[in-house]
Design a protein around this ligand. Structure first.
Ligand SMILES: Cc1cc2nc3c(=O)[nH]c(=O)nc-3n(C[C@H](O)[C@H](O)[C@H](O)COP(=O)(O)OP(=O)(O)OC[C@H]3O[C@@H](n4cnc5c(N)ncnc54)[C@H](O)[C@@H]3O)c2cc1C
Length: 378
């Protein structure tokens, strides 16, 4: 964009990070208030919009800040996701979906589609990314006027809340294509067959697109583009960044409670606190290490995928271990529903359910067996 210098992009990013840090406290309070009925954090999404976060994911040349879409902003992206996840993992799920959807359009879409998506993000549209299918996968046929869809996506975060969605759909030849869809054209939003234990505020449901028509230019990219590596696998680092934010807020809640109850000085509580801090810091260090590797388009793609896979497993394990430590340290209090710790444990355990964990670890093990970490891990 004309007149946008590196200096003013840096200043705008610093201002965005400061605003996101201010939003974390209200987001935590709202998450606690909304959790029992699984309410959507509309006020927090509005606050993200007002802070410029929805638009920040657009590349700088289209007026945004390149958060999640430009390699040089890898570290700022990690900070953003960590801060938002620290406020609320449900909000983090929503923001991560928005970022990932816009990123796909920016990497794969035509110039006109990229411009339209950037304008939508600037106008405050919340994007979702729905790529998981149930028994009735989404597909489309071509018509004289464009395309007509059938089938449903499940699970879908932001269902009934997002106003734009990137979805995968089978084309008439059976190839998997990407569609950028304006929502609200009659698609039917429903609940999951049963509710989720955690991340209940992310409006995760099902969306039936049967009979919905769109213009032909809703389709972007070629068949198979969504699964194109290394992007498909390296994108997992962003979910880990949100989870690491949740982990940090869990450790802080446990620390504060132990101090308030006068139990932090007990030797065994001290030891558990020490282990919690180790996990929190380790997760952050993994993120700092892996974000630039994942985002560097000129790096070795196999190394990037294997590094993200290791980071994902490391942050998952650090989080699961911390949940155990916190529950042991606080005792029954960690299971009382009015205690934020109880919700954060549920949210974090649920958020960590990302696809194909075994395959991810096995793939990383195979890579680093042939490329020993001493010569491969940056
Ligand atoms: C809160 C929340 C919101 C979500 N929102 C969205 C959304 O907006 N859009 C979207 O597209 N998706 C969404 N998802 C779904 C998400 O993208 C993943 O599909 C889902 O979380 C995968 O988790 P899983 O544990 O079922 O994975 P799985 O891959 O089923 O893994 C479960 C276990 O099975 C093992 N396993 C995997 N494959 C095999 C196999 N072939 N044989 C044997 N074992 C296997 C794994 O290693 C692991 O141990 C959401 C999920 C959550 C939790």
């Amino acid at each position: 964009m004309w007149g946008q210098t590196v200096e003013n992009t840096d200043a705008r990013i610093a201002a965005l990070l400061a605003r996101l840090a201010d939003l974390a406290g209200p987001a935590q309070a709202n998450a606690q208030r909304l959790d029992p009925e699984g309410g959507f954090p509309s006020a927090d999404v509005d606050a993200l919009r007002a802070a410029g976060a929805l638009h920040a994911v657009v590349p700088a040349m289209l007026g945004g800040l390149g958060i999640g879409t430009e390699a040089q902003q890898a570290s700022a992206t990690a900070h953003c996701l960590h801060l938002i996840g620290g406020g609320s993992l449900a909000l983090g799920r929503i923001f991560e979906g928005h970022l990932n959807a816009v990123r796909l359009v920016m990497r794969i879409g035509e110039a006109a589609q990229r411009r339209a998506c950037a304008a939508d993000a600037q106008a405050g549209h919340l994007h979702a990314l729905w790529v998981t299918d149930g028994a009735d996968p989404v597909r489309y046929i071509s018509t004289a006027a464009g395309i007509e869809l059938a089938g449903e996506k499940i699970p879908c975060s932001g269902a009934g809340q997002a106003t734009r969605a990137v979805v995968t759909a089978l084309d008439p030849s059976g190839g998997t294509r990407l569609l950028l869809l304006p929502l609200g054209r009659g698609e039917i939003v429903g609940n999951l067959p049963a509710g989720l234990q955690g991340v209940r505020g992310a409006a995760t449901g099902r969306v039936d697109f049967t009979g919905i028509r769109h213009e032909a230019d809703a389709v972007f990219g070629a068949a198979g583009d969504y699964l194109r590596e290394p992007d498909f696998s390296t994108g997992a680092w962003r979910a880990s960044a949100v989870a690491a934010g949740g982990l940090a807020s869990l450790v802080e809640a446990a620390r504060a409670e132990l101090v308030a109850r006068g139990r932090a000085g007990h030797p065994q509580q001290r030891e558990r606190l020490g282990r919690m801090f180790v996990h929190e810091q380790a997760a952050w260090l993994w993120l700092r290490n892996v974000a630039p590797i994942a985002e560097n388009a000129d790096g070795d793609p196999d190394h990037a995928v294997a590094s993200v896979n290791l980071a994902r497993i490391a942050i998952e394990q650090a989080s699961l271990d911390t949940i155990q430590l916190v529950q042991r340290s606080l005792g029954l209090s960690a299971f009382v529903q009015s205690n934020p710790v109880e919700r954060i444990c549920r949210d974090l355990a649920t958020y960590l359910r990302q696809p194909a964990a075994d395959e991810v670890l096995a793939g990383a093990a195979a890579y680093f067996t042939d490329h020993p970490p001493g010569s491969g891990l940056a």
